[in-house]
Design a protein around this ligand. Structure first.
Ligand code: SF4
Ligand code: FES
Length: 338
């Protein structure tokens, strides 16, 4: 007889869910989905060891467990706290959590410049969203802010440390995806900074993923910088037969031009598959790809504003017989390889 699967019951903002032992409160909330999911600026489910740095995911545990119902004395980081059977958690139903999160956002914004109007991440930046949701209009900070020169990490990636919130995600990408430690965080406290020691180019096939995981505009794609605002582009899911990665990407169109290529992101803003640099930086012709359908974006997202809902291949494909043939040929090649 198969072993019975043990499940723990946890209630988040009044909604019960059964989860496997070892599940964190954040992941239990993600199983429920919707507004009760705490924001996460540093946790990334595909990066081992991530989480516990930013405190945006704080929640209140109002009942510890069935066996020990005492509440936890302080708010806890939901990405690092595992559930107990009978646990009751409050997120958006707790004024204390909302107030604490507002404080966390204020701290994250102490050194982060409010340069959204010229930042490439605007429109898909988690800190911008949190700022709108919780940020106070003014600042109470009177001291000089940290400022750094922009650094080009090779010819494809730029680091703008002023915007970095030290979430460590890019460090984990470098450590875990490239199997070589290419950069890290130097110094401590408010002297901490991302560094490659000698500012050497991050030269690895998968290093472009640091751009996708960065929750703010600290690491940007130099092939896309200042090309367009993200809400003027049309994202379309596409794939190609790539020998290095899954080849499943999102193409960001402006008219007939592919302005950038990114990994496909899920509802929590995490990439579904890490993609290689060739897919990201070197294949920006429509004929390189088999187009699938418009990317599904959150209904509140500025990216979806005024956009089509039906699959509508860009004019570049519809009006060019060669590109139509190339797209069909790619499709057949991929089908044969399945
Ligand atoms: S550069 Fe971006 S991903 Fe890296 S630590 Fe800073 S905020 Fe996080
Ligand atoms: S997401 Fe939990 S501490 Fe950053």
């Amino acid at each position: 007889m198969a072993d019975e699967v043990v499940k723990l019951k946890v209630t988040i903002d009044g909604i019960p869910v059964d989860v496997a032992p070892g599940t964190t409160i954040l992941n239990a909330a993600r199983q429920i989905g919707g507004d009760i999911v705490p924001p996460a600026m540093c946790y990334y489910s595909k990066l081992e060891g991530s989480g516990g740095k930013c405190r945006t995911c704080l929640v209140k545990v109002s009942k510890g467990s069935e066996k020990d119902p005492r509440p936890m004395p302080k708010l806890v980081a939901s990405c690092r706290t595992t559930v107990m059977d009978g646990m009751e958690v409050q997120n958006i139903t707790s004024p204390e959590v909302i107030e604490a999160r507002k404080g966390v956002v204020e701290i994250l914004l102490i050194n982060h410049p409010l340069d959204c109007p010229i930042c490439d991440q605007a429109g898909e930046c988690k800190l911008q969203d949190l700022g709108y949701e919780h940020g106070a209009e003014g600042t109470r900070y009177e001291f000089e802010r940290r400022t750094f020169e922009r650094i080009d990490l090779g010819d494809k990636i730029q680091l703008h440390m002023n915007r970095c919130i030290l979430c460590y995600r890019c460090v984990y990408v470098a450590n875990q995806l490239t199997e070589e430690r290419e950069h890290g965080i130097l110094n401590r406290g408010d002297h901490s900074e991302i560094s490659t020691h000698i500012e050497k180019a991050l030269d690895h096939d998968f290093i472009g993923n640091v751009i996708d995981v960065c929750p703010v505009g600290a690491l940007t794609d130099r092939t896309f910088r200042f090309k367009n605002r993200v809400w003027f582009t049309k994202p379309i899911d596409a794939h190609r037969d790539c020998p290095t990665c899954s080849g499943k990407v999102t193409l960001w169109y402006k008219g007939e031009e592919v302005l950038r290529v990114t990994g496909r992101k899920d509802e929590f803003g995490e990439v579904e598959d890490f993609i290689c640099n060739t897919c990201r930086f070197e294949t920006k012709n429509t004929s390189d790809w088999v187009l699938e359908h418009p990317t599904v974006v959150e209904k509140e997202s500025v990216i979806g504003a005024n956009h089509y809902k039906q699959f509508d291949p860009p004019a570049v494909i519809k009006e060019d017989a060669d590109l139509q043939l190339a797209n069909v040929a790619q499709l057949h090649r991929t089908e044969r390889l399945k």
